[in-house]
Ligand binder design. Structure first.
Ligand SMILES: [Zn+2]
Length: 278
């Protein structure tokens, strides 16, 4: 592993219960849109691609009225993925592999900038995104996935490149995956949770994100990630956590731990079963 950078894709202004269900109904929450660039011995790997860059000028045109009204994006020119790569002296052609945690509008919108890269997603997610059930269709944008590209479809966990592993974490969507980055400089092992964990508040309250296609699976996926973090001494970077986003150095700085970095949270652990004593 040679480098890890956080790229800033702007923000969304969402209904609070999208992140933590059953709380603060009717209030809005501003959440970051994050992309990550991993430098490997095999070239640059992008994890998630943020919003469609056309959102900068025309959210309704890019997403349609309904999604633009509910997700309320704020995206300036410098949030364009090409401009974020430019901060590091790179251009889209330097990115050899694009990994998607899932194919929602705020994660798959920039994929078209990388026509020559290999695009990696779970097979289940790809299939679902191409033909979602009506109640889940609003978070996918057909134009994000319209251009032909070189897909590599994963079937579950996959040690995809040296230093990068895919961890299947369904629930938010049927084929959601998280990305483990091993031994990032100054940071150690890092779990890019994606929307399997929207915010550290999900861990604190032991409640998975509000948007799910399978809430039971989402709870298990969240536990899977916190257990993995325990076992590998990894830090968890959650998908839409403004507190954590503010604490994380952004490109062109390398992602590293700062004094403001939130303390690691863990799900409540009942401890080992005690037998034969009261
Ligand atoms: Zn998201």
């Amino acid at each position: 592993m040679t480098s890890l950078h956080l790229l800033d894709g702007g923000t969304l202004d969402v209904e609070s219960s999208v992140v933590i269900p059953s709380t603060r109904y009717g209030t809005r929450l501003t959440v970051p849109v994050q992309m990550f660039l991993v430098g490997t011995t095999h070239g640059y790997v992008l994890v998630d691609t943020g919003n469609d860059p056309r959102v900068i000028d025309d959210p309704e045109g890019a997403w349609g009225q309904k999604l633009a009204d509910s997700a309320r994006p704020t995206m300036a020119g410098h949030h364009h993925l090409a401009r974020q790569l430019q901060l590091l002296g790179l251009s889209p052609t330097d990115v050899k592999v694009v990994i998607y945690t899932h194919l929602h509008h705020d994660h798959a919108g920039g994929g078209r900038l990388f026509p020559d890269a290999v695009h990696v997603v779970q097979r289940t997610e790809h299939r679902w995104a191409m033909s979602p059930d009506p109640q889940a269709a609003g978070a996918y944008v057909a134009s994000d996935l319209a251009e032909p590209r070189s897909w590599r479809l994963a079937d579950g966990d996959w040690h995809v490149l040296p230093g990068i592993s895919l961890v299947l974490t369904p629930g938010h969507t049927p084929g959601h995956q998280s990305v483990m980055v091993w031994e990032a400089p100054d940071l150690g092992n890092v779990i890019l949770a994606g929307d399997a964990i929207n915010s550290h508040e999900n861990i604190d309250s032991n409640v998975p994100p509000g948007i799910t296609t399978d809430a039971v699976a989402a709870g298990l996926s969240m536990r899977r990630l916190t257990a993995l973090a325990d076992a590998t001494d990894a830090v968890i970077v959650t998908g839409h956590d403004m507190e954590q986003f503010r604490a994380m150095p952004k490109a062109p700085e390398r992602l590293r731990r700062t004094d403001e970095w939130p303390a690691s949270r863990r799900l409540p652990d009942p401890g080992p079963l005690r037998i034969g004593s009261s």
